[in-house]
Design a protein around this ligand. Structure first.
Ligand code: PLP
Length: 308
């Protein structure tokens, strides 16, 4: 009887991703941050996530603009300038060899001197990472559409935590997600506590109401995917209202979809006990989803990565 030979697997130690910490690139599994960093201890941090698709960043400059705006609002200072950050992000991706990636840049408050607690004395720290692309809903799941609930947990008040600064204050959204899972729903959207829709865990929301798209103006992150959807819809001469969207209006919508860097344009086909439209992804949703992915071949939006 011949003995089965074991063949060592060819592996790339950074195929699961690469991180940049303190000037060093490390495989994602070995990446470590200092436990005293207030980014971890106090959620005193801002971040951004840009997608890589087909070997190119999608709307990298828009993501960097938002990241630097957030840094300014938090009275922080990045230790790298914009071009250096572009280089670091590209290096994280190219070292991993990922053609489709989820690329995150993070600026934390850092650690105060021993015994201190004044945020002004902290040296802000920059981290970055590239990991395989992340989907809020897989392409297979998107064929059928997602089942959503409207949470009883209101979104954290914008007067307390500015939602336009991308942040780690996810307690409300995680609470909402568990509410959704307890009812066998896939996801959740939160209101402002006064009957107006805001956003959900990692996404903005759009409703098609009588041929007009409505998306909340306030209490939300100004999503880059949201911005793309608005541009694409306007190119189709579809009117977009960036305004208020009440819970009652959402329940009557003809179509609903969510938008995120983590998955693009994703149909919602059930809201609590009711089907939306005919219960399948709506025609405008499908059109915009196709246009969104087509835009990933458009040089106007794409920054190619040199994989050497
Ligand atoms: C709270 C929240 N809203 C909206 C979005 C969508 O933003 P973008 O389209 O820029 O990914 C995100 C993305 O992670 C998010 O965290």
């Amino acid at each position: 009887m011949s003995q089965r030979q074991s063949v060592p697997e060819l592996s790339n130690p950074v195929a699961d991703g690469t991180a940049f910490i303190d000037g060093e690139y490390t495989p994602i599994a070995e990446a470590r941050i200092p436990i005293t960093d207030w980014g971890f201890l106090r959620s005193d941090v801002t971040y951004d996530v840009v997608a890589v698709w087909g070997g190119g960043f999608f709307r990298l400059d828009d993501h960097l603009d938002r990241f630097f705006r957030g840094i300014g609002k938090l009275h922080m200072q990045a230790p790298h300038d914009r071009d250096e950050i572009k280089g670091i992000l590209a290096e994280c991706v190219s070292r991993s060899g990922l053609r489709e990636a989820y690329v995150e840049m993070i600026l934390t408050r850092g650690t105060p001197p021993p015994g201190g607690r004044d945020p002004r004395t902290c040296e802000n720290r920059f981290y970055a990472l590239a990991i395989p692309y992340v989907w809020i809903a897989s392409p297979e799941k998107q064929e059928q559409g997602l089942h959503m609930t409207i949470s009883s947990v209101p979104r954290i008040a914008p007067e307390s935590v500015d939602p336009t600064v991308k942040n780690f204050h996810w307690g409300d959204m995680v609470k909402g997600l568990f509410e959704a899972y307890d009812q066998d729903r896939d996801t959740v959207v939160l209101t402002d506590g006064k009957g107006n829709i805001t956003e959900g865990p990692g996404f903005n929301l759009f409703a098609n109401i009588d041929g007009r798209l409505v998306t909340p103006a306030s209490g939300v992150l100004l999503g880059i995917t949201r911005k793309t959807v608005i541009e694409l819809a306007e190119s189709l001469n579809v009117k977009v209202d960036v305004g208020t969207l009440t819970e009652a209006e959402l329940r009557q919508a003809d179509e609903i979809f969510i938008s995120s860097t983590a998955g693009g344009v994703m149909p919602i086909t059930r809201l609590d006990d009711n089907a939306i439209g005919d219960g399948g992804p709506g025609p405008l949703t499908l059109r915009l989803r196709q246009m969104y992915w087509d835009a990933h071949d458009d040089d106007k939006y794409v920054t190619r990565i040199d994989y050497r």
